[in-house]
Design a protein around this ligand. Structure first.
Ligand SMILES: [Zn+2]
Ligand SMILES: [Zn+2]
Length: 340
């Protein structure tokens, strides 16, 4: 589950000129007339070789941003499934494989044209995922688009630089605002956009990884949905508290509540310890990241058994919370659960 952000490694773009040159080589190799005549085989990832459009976008041009943490269906529209030994397509692009392929290809051409003309409406309407769409644009037009693709990351940098934006503003607008900032400041004015991205990540890092699913918009939505469902379960369970003095029933009810809350909290943490920010040290037998659930305000000090009083911690940090019980750690964890 590698939901990684746009730039996984800062060192990877030390060679700014090299990154730009690589993008230019790609975009001339796959210019629009080449794309027009491209075959499915030349486009699709999955055959196992590296000589195809999608592989190059995803892997070879990794220094232009990492978009690997997302299913191929959503990303490429058409791809080759080696296990099944045949091409697959997503219905979003058409019912038959042939239709889907023609549509996907046309959409790439349309997108590149719109990108050049800065036709925002067409760019936003494309059926391709935001990450794939903006990565294509940044590769073909490295002087117009920056290689930061997710709303999460774009907003993060706007926040860091004090740039105001509306929650309705999309990637296109956020990119424009960040570029405008660059133009208006002496420190950054003369930088290429690729350099600017390096500068941004160097100065401000990326958003904290606890913001689950990072750049993966679809996965993020899916996660949000699952979390809402789990919240509902917790609420429903709260209504079922047994009255009367059967302490055994109450005890069982509490245990069930804790199971629900801790499943929720772990899901929310996305495999990352909420104190040290590191990935879980190992996976459990179900191959899920192993984290432990902890009450920020301990129950015996009156803390609630609710999601906003619970965090997922790696075993080390969990131990640390119980041994040191530091106020600043408690305050930090509280912030982690209130942060939206
Ligand atoms: Zn930790
Ligand atoms: Zn604990």
């Amino acid at each position: 589950m590698a939901f990684e952000h746009d730039y996984t490694s800062k060192q990877a773009i030390d060679d700014i000129e090299g990154v730009i040159a690589q993008a230019r080589t790609f975009s001339s190799q796959y210019n629009r007339s080449v794309i027009k005549n491209m075959t499915m085989e030349q486009y699709c990832i999955g055959h196992g070789d590296h000589d195809n459009f999608c592989y190059k976008i995803e892997r070879e041009l990794e220094r232009m941003g990492n978009i690997t943490g997302m299913s191929r269906q959503k990303k490429f529209g058409v791809w080759y499934d080696k296990k099944l030994g045949k091409y697959q397509h997503t219905k979003k692009f058409g019912n038959s494989l042939e239709d889907a392929w023609i549509n996907a290809k046309n959409e790439i051409l349309k997108l590149l044209e719109a990108g050049e003309k800065r036709n925002y409406a067409i760019i936003e309407k494309s059926n391709f995922s935001q990450l794939f769409r903006y990565k294509l644009l940044a590769i073909y037009y490295p002087d117009i688009y920056i290689s930061i693709y997710s709303d999460n990351h774009l907003r993060w940098f706007c926040d860091q630089l004090g740039i105001r934006y509306e929650s309705s503003e999309k990637a296109y607008e956020l990119q424009r605002k960040l570029i405008q900032y660059k133009e208006q400041h002496e420190d950054t004015r003369d930088m290429s956009l690729v350099m600017y991205v390096k500068w941004l990540y160097g100065e401000h890092d990326g958003p904290p990884k606890t913001e689950w699913a990072g750049s993966n918009v679809d996965a993020h939505k899916e996660l949000e949905k699952q979390l809402r469902e789990m919240e509902k379960e917790i609420e429903d369970h709260a209504k079922k508290r047994p009255d009367g003095n059967d302490s055994r029933l109450v005890e069982e009810w509490k245990i069930a509540r804790w199971d629900l809350v801790s499943a929720y909290v772990k899901k929310r943490a996305g495999g990352i310890c909420q104190l040290c920010g590191m990935p879980a040290p190992f996976n459990n037998k179900k191959d899920e990241p192993y984290l432990e659930c902890h009450h920020i305000i301990w129950m015996r000090r009156g803390g609630d058994d609710k999601p906003d009083n619970a965090v997922a911690l790696c075993p080390n940090c969990h131990k640390k919370m119980h041994i040191l019980d530091r106020e600043d750690d408690v305050a930090y964890l509280k912030k982690q659960v209130t942060k939206k």
